[in-house]
Design a protein around this ligand. Sequence first.
Ligand code: SF4
Length: 296
Amino acid sequence: MSKPSSNTNEYTYQWNPETYGDDSLPILKITKSSFMGFKWCPKKYEFNYIEQKPQDTTEAMYQGTLVHNAREDFFNEFDIAKAENLSSDELLNYCYTLFPLDEMSYMYETIASFEANRFLDAKEEGTLDSFLPVINEATLNAKFEIRREDFPTIRLERDYVVHLQGIIDRMFEVEEGYIPMELKTGKYNHSSKASDMRLEMAFYKLLFDNATDEDIEALGLTRDKQITHWAWFFPKNNVMHLEEVKKASTTALLKRLANLVHAYERGVFPTDYKPRSCPNCSYYSICDEAQSTGWL
Ligand code: SF4
């Protein structure tokens, strides 16, 4: 995985908006994970990112790390010349052997089958040169200005430059442009998950659009192409969703970024109690809302 290109002392989650403008102090760091964490529950964000209270490592997190590492290795090791001469069955077997032997094998079978089919389609269409991703787990950084006048209902005190950072799982290049593809190891339900996935993908697009030309070129990308589509892959129930970039998702993302900054301005990170999921939160025992509501 490529390393962040910027000095990490320049940005922080322990940010004080009152000192904004002092160039000797760090600006606000917003990663795709911290942003989605704030969206999930601002209080949990405060515990996790600002107060840096440790979280439990769940089985789901552990499995997610295994699968992400395995898929990264798959693309690093995949040999197009070798695969081109294999039969369908041999290709499927070849794809499967590129994954490790561990408890996530049932998921690797789905991913291997998905990639073998994608390879056969690319071979038939003569697009094998775009089978491998142009980005395979890479960190992208960008500075972005959140302008007060763009969010009149939020009433920010001023404009703020923030530091965005995200790890792009995979980015594919096609004739029309780039397609980032996010891997998730949970179960996909379009009606409940699509809007969150669009926010995540819009975050990547914002990163790409605002990264320096130098950083873009260092990743082997070019400014001559734009992100035109985005996709997500949920091997647990074998769903791959591809769609054109949605401007409304970028608008929603920007508003939520402004809300995050405004929470720092006010010093208020409210709870967002959810009866079904909060009992699994690492901070359940120290969360006032959970302790007062959860026992009712
Ligand atoms: S228990 Fe629920 S409301 Fe409390 S911090 Fe965790 S996610 Fe937020």
